[in-house]
Write a protein that binds this ligand. Structure first.
Ligand code: FNR
Length: 424
């Protein structure tokens, strides 16, 4: 697939649970990150979401039916944000779920009912004959015989849909005829599949790093995605203990047509304290021609902005993906004053303003602020930050009380305007 997103030479914010939400992504962009990955999202959660335009915040929100916010994005990052998914459906999934997901696909071309109400087999049965017959028709025409799975990013309805395919993906022409994907309606620049998560909850379900030892399944997933999506598909892996297996895996993944491969140079069982296998990343880079992002260098090869280029060169990668170095100090992305980092005070204030402006969950924001202060854990301000219970506490602590007052007044004003508009 030709990619409108430039991965070569890119320095990107890695996907990070709890950290990679909108405020951190915007901060990373401020300091020069080329692309920003969202924290991993389990596809099934996203399927239970409604897409809401939040006029007050100027964001697009994917809100789960249980009321929780799953993904918030805004216009500023639209060309640069990569949505990372892990998928239960891509792993070992019950046939009921598969049936429900197939139905979503068929419904997706005609928004008969909200997708969120058909995310399991029972709702599927409850939704009547018309849907059942559509589902049947779609399956026989498109879904062939053998089971693999796929996802579709439905720009038309702005939903991500997981599809159960019973055969290799249908041809791209047939799908694009069914799924008009006008680029102006996209919420994200790329979809990434996480094949690197070593946690039990992922691997037991056949997700995350389980996929790097199951190349045929990994390839089937990516092929189906590449065939079905109009935006680039990327993938993030860990390396395998055997170098030639790692190279063979990378080559197999390249054959799927993905736009970029991010390689974390650690084995599945290795922790951040283990050295990163930069030589494995280098071998992958020599063996494939698609862009590779080198990952795993934080705190080791990469401590300062000027180390980023060093890490890229020793791995021979096209670009670099940074997680912990960026979580601790997003000024790692800057391209001037490369021999020093921004002060943690400045970063906390900037982060706090974004977190409040975009109504980021409070506990998550506090966690990120703690990370920004990671080298000041003995300080009074760190202890007080930990003790803070409200935005107001944090703003007082970080001398943002006046700003916070103005922000609240602005929000009240917008709320009043919205109420007036709804009564007209
Ligand atoms: C991660 N990592 C990670 N990876 C991924 O593919 N999806 C995710 O959601 C997460 N979540 C996550 C949270 C936090 C707090 C950390 C520190 C890490 C792994 C991360 O993207 C990266 O692969 C590793 O941290 C190695 O890169 P660094 O830290 O050496 O730059």
């Amino acid at each position: 697939m030709s990619s409108s997103v430039e991965f070569r030479g890119a320095v990107v914010l890695a996907p990070m649970v709890r950290v990679g939400t909108l405020p951190m992504r915007l901060l990373a962009l401020d300091y020069g990150a080329d692309l920003v990955y969202v924290e991993e999202i389990i596809d099934h959660r996203l399927l239970g979401c409604s897409r809401l335009v939040n006029r007050r915040l100027g964001t697009v929100d994917f809100v789960h039916k249980d009321g929780s916010l799953v993904f918030r994005t805004c216009q500023r990052e639209r060309q640069r944000v990569v949505l990372q998914l892990v998928s239960e459906a891509l792993g070992s999934c019950t046939s009921t779920l598969y049936r429900g997901l197939s139905l979503m696909y068929s419904v997706s071309t005609r928004p008969v009912i909200p997708l969120s109400s058909v995310d399991d087999g029972s709702d599927f049965r409850a939704n009547g004959n018309r849907l059942a017959s559509m589902s049947h028709r779609m399956e026989t025409r498109l879904f062939g015989v053998k089971a693999t799975s796929s996802m579709v990013f439905l720009s038309k309805m702005d939903f991500l849909v997981t599809v159960a395919l019973e055969s290799p993906a249908p041809s791209q022409q047939r799908l694009s005829a069914l799924l008009p994907l006008p680029s102006r309606e996209r919420d994200v620049a790329c979809i990434d599949v996480n094949m690197g998560c070593p946690k039990d909850y992922s691997t037991k379900g056949g997700m995350g790093a389980a996929l790097i030892t199951d190349a045929p399944r990994a390839v089937a997933i990516l092929k189906a995605l590449v065939a079905n999506l109009s935006i680039p598909v990327t993938c993030k892996i860990r390396v395998l203990p055997n170098l030639s297996d790692t190279v063979a895996l990378a080559q197999a993944l390249e054959s799927t047509g993905i736009a970029c491969l991010a390689v974390h140079g650690r084995f599945k069982h290795e922790r951040p304290r283990n050295p990163n296998h930069n030589d494995y990343i280098a071998a992958v880079c020599r063996a494939v021609s698609l862009p590779v992002l080198a990952n795993g260098g934080s705190g080791d090869a990469v401590r300062l902005p000027l180390d980023v280029e060093y890490f890229r060169r020793v791995t021979g990668a096209s670009g670099v993906m940074l997680a912990r170095a960026a979580m601790h100090n997003p000024s790692i992305f800057r391209r001037e004053f490369e021999d020093r980092l921004e002060s943690s005070e400045t970063l906390v204030v900037k982060y706090l303003k974004y977190a409040i402006t975009y109504d980021n969950p409070f506990p998550q924001s506090k966690y990120c602020i703690q990370q920004l202060l990671h080298d000041r854990t003995e300080s009074e301000v760190y202890r007080s930050t930990l003790a803070a219970q409200t935005w107001s506490d944090l703003c007082t602590l970080w001398n943002l009380s006046a700003w916070y007052g103005e922000h609240l007044a602005k929000m009240q004003h917008l709320e009043a305007e919205e109420e007036d508009a709804s009564q007209e």
